[in-house]
Design a protein around this ligand. Structure first.
Ligand SMILES: [Zn+2]
Length: 123
């Protein structure tokens, strides 16, 4: 194998990998709804298919939380009274099964919808 052949195959492998990753990201199923629970009780549902951003102010065990759906299918915690702020720093949830959890506030946001990723293709 010549050096140029090796470089060509590395480029091909890199290109194929890029296409596959891009394809998986693009085909990740989006959630249709986010369910917000505090202490296991549903206190709000948010329509993630809406194109308008929505701001939700809820009360957790410790205090108020501000949850924002961006109108592009993602939902995230913007403000929280919890000491660790893990929920605020959690990446926005958008695919079915994604969760944002605030342990101190006993709050869980779960994205619901069709099955995620590759499994969706076999249906
Ligand atoms: Zn939190």
């Amino acid at each position: 194998m010549k050096r140029s052949d090796r470089i060509t195959s590395v480029i091909i492998v890199a290109a194929v990998t890029l296409v596959v990753v891009f394809w998986i990201v693009m085909h990740r199923t989006r959630g249709t709804m986010a369910v917000v629970r505090v202490d296991g009780k549903i206190i709000a549902t948010v329509d993630l298919t809406s194109h308008e951003s929505q701001t939700l102010r809820i009360t957790g065990v410790l205090g108020p939380l501000v949850i924002v759906a961006d109108g592009k299918g993602s939902i995230q915690v913007m403000e929280s009274t919890c000491p660790d702020q893990i929920c605020v720093h959690t990446v926005p949830a958008r695919s079915p099964g994604d969760q944002i959890i605030c342990v101190p506030n006993h709050m869980v946001i779960t994205v619901e919808g069709k099955a995620t990723g590759i499994d969706a293709l076999t249906q």
